[in-house]
Design a protein around this ligand. Structure first.
Ligand code: NA7
Length: 551
């Protein structure tokens, strides 16, 4: 990619700059460069492709969506060619898959690795973006597309005395490439969300002693991972188009085959048998695939919550420990993202694992030797943070995007993200957010969510080029309507009641807005398609000047 001093040129060097080389950035590049012949380039902070799967290399990292679903559907050749080894793929295998994709479509030559976007400024006169990278280089492009991901900037807490701790500090989201040897060490971990629950059982296997500092016990279901035979894969591959159709048509981007209308319509016996079957299916089956009203009706929810509590309790030998690990009565099941676990609760039956309830015994500070809580000091050789992410907006704000009149995205989104369709924002022309806030994103199978967004963006750019449109942005009115629409749908569910990252509640000071569109993917896609069919309804389209049209 070339760089230039924009003062010398009135037309941008590139058609598009794409940020991030994960699932989103790779597909976006392929669509624009290979399908439309445009000049596009990816800027990526890591030294390889993979995004989430590049950074999150902690032991036990694994996808909770089945491998046959959690993969690109756009290329029949690709989906036939790639072979998965497990029902739910581990991080190294997904990373290899994305490297394979990058090689197959020859994508790396248009990716600038180990480069961070420092700022992105919209040039109103020229209708293009000026993107400055950390090394001071500048590149200009008509379109700026964020593929930075939803969970890519950590929200790591800083405890008093953190700098004094002499042991090793490990961050799950930035795990050392060379790994870490826990053998015989005294290890501590803070965080028992989806990440913590994956890493804890693996670390416990080799650590001398592992102390888990738990703030809130979580509802989790067993993943039920197993090897994926060639025969099983072959069955899906023989009819992959049909299989994908089912996934696209489902609520979560993964088909569940047992879903029943209402937990309250079944007898207690029927319900129990049904929950047992979903539990044994593993993964998200009990959360998203059991009954349609679990996340809508408190009474229905309670039946699921109590079933899961009972199942968790049965795994833990010491009843006092079980009291700490089972979610308390009144906590609503599934309103936080349900972690999937393998041996997590059983890990607490080991002699070398201890649990500290930091609600009862809060962390006071880190010391030279470890962690001091209200109950005493815990000596540690290593401390792991699995404390979550500043979801949706964290990485977008780091781009320092400034739209019309130099307005910062942070300022436009001060009361929470304002987007139209989760794709674009008023005042930020030609800036697109793949799986952005207020789209189905994280509550739909991510690679499929990403494909739909990337295709919408690519079609939009093609439309602009054929109709000589220099800039596109949503009207303020369309954006405001979308924001309320997303909120109204979320308010029909139980989800906004939880202190979850879906709501920004895990980050102190962050605006509390439910960040995911919950109306179902089919409905969402229909709206996106209708907007296009009506000539980009809700968007302002600025025609190219003569000079722009010629360039
Ligand atoms: P999560 O799900 O946000 O979990 C973070 C965990 O860290 C959770 O147990 C938090 O406790 C805990 N936490 C966060 N801050 C603190 C402080 N200050 N003190 C103690 N404990 C803290 O992040 P994950 O990485 O596990 O998962 C995020 C997503 O990544 C996941 O949903 C998948 O989609 C992939 P809390 O529950 O807030 O009391």
């Amino acid at each position: 990619m070339g760089t230039t001093d924009i003062a010398k040129t009135a037309t941008p060097e590139l058609d598009a700059v794409i940020v991030g080389a994960g699932f989103a950035g790779l597909y976006m590049l392929h669509l624009l460069r290979d399908k439309q012949g445009l000049k596009a380039s990816v800027i990526e902070g890591g030294d390889g492709v993979g995004g989430t799967w590049y950074w999150n290399r902690y032991p036990g990292a694994r996808c909770d969506i089945p491998s046959m679903d959690y993969s690109y559907s756009f290329s029949e050749e690709l989906q036939q060619e790639w072979v998965w080894s497990e029902k739910y793929a581990a991080q190294p295998e997904i990373l290899s898959y994305l490297e394979f994709v990058a090689k197959k479509f020859d994508l790396k030559k248009d990716i600038r690795f180990s480069t961070w976007v420092a700022a992105a400024d919209y040039d109103e006169a020229g209708a293009f973006w000026r993107v400055t990278t950390h090394d001071g280089k500048v590149v200009t492009a008509r379109h700026l597309i964020s593929g930075v991901g939803v969970l890519s900037t950590a929200a790591t807490p800083v405890f008093p005395g953190a700098e004094s701790f002499k042991g090793d500090v490990l961050l799950t989201h930035k795990w050392p490439k060379e790994g870490y040897d826990f053998k015989g060490k005294k290890v501590g971990i803070i965080g028992t969300g989806a990440t913590g629950m994956q890493v804890i059982p693996v670390v416990a296997e080799t650590a001398g002693h592992l102390t888990v500092f738990q703030r809130t016990p979580g509802f989790a279901a067993p993943l039920m991972n197993e090897p994926l035979t060639l025969e099983e894969q072959g069955k899906v591959k023989a009819n992959y188009t049909e299989y994908r159709r089912g996934a696209w048509g489902s609520f979560a981007g993964v088909e569940f085959h047992r879903t029943r209308p209402s937990a309250l319509a079944d007898t207690p016996e029927q319900r129990r048998a049904h929950y047992e079957a979903c539990w044994n299916d593993g993964g998200f089956s009990i959360w998203l695939g059991a009954y349609n009203d679990i996340l809508l009706d408190l009474k229905a929810n309670e039946t699921a919550g109590n079933f899961v509590r009972e199942k968790i309790r049965a795994k833990i030998k010491d009843p006092k420990l079980a009291d700490k690990l089972v979610p308390k009565p009144g906590v609503v099941f599934g309103t936080k993202r349900q972690p999937c676990e393998t041996n997590y609760f059983e890990t607490y039956n080991r002699d070398n694992v201890g649990l500290v309830d930091i609600k009862a015994e809060p962390i006071e500070r880190l010391t030279e030797k470890g962690i001091r809580t209200a109950g005493g000091e815990y000596e540690l050789d290593a401390l792991i943070y699995a404390t979550g992410f500043d979801a949706f907006t964290g990485s977008l704000f780091k781009l320092n995007v400034r739209g019309r009149n130099g307005k910062r995205l942070q300022d436009h989104w001060v009361a929470g993200p304002h987007t139209y369709l989760g794709l674009m924002s008023h005042g930020f022309p030609n800036f697109y957010t793949v799986t952005g806030p207020l789209s189905p994103s994280a509550l739909f199978n991510m690679p499929l969510s990403i494909e739909q967004h990337c295709e919408w963006i690519a079609d939009c750019i093609a439309h602009m080029n054929s109709n000589k449109i220099a800039a596109i942005e949503p009207t303020r009115e369309a954006e405001v309507k979308w924001v309320s629409h997303v909120r109204e749908i979320a308010d029909e569910t139980l989800l906004p009641a939880a202190e979850s990252w879906y709501l920004g509640a895990n980050v102190p000071g962050k605006a509390r807005v439910f960040l995911v569109y919950l109306g179902g993917f089919q409905r969402y896609k229909q709206v996106c398609d209708e907007v296009v069919a009506k000539g980009y309804e809700g968007f302002i389209q600025e025609p190219m000047t003569k000079a722009q049209a010629v360039a």
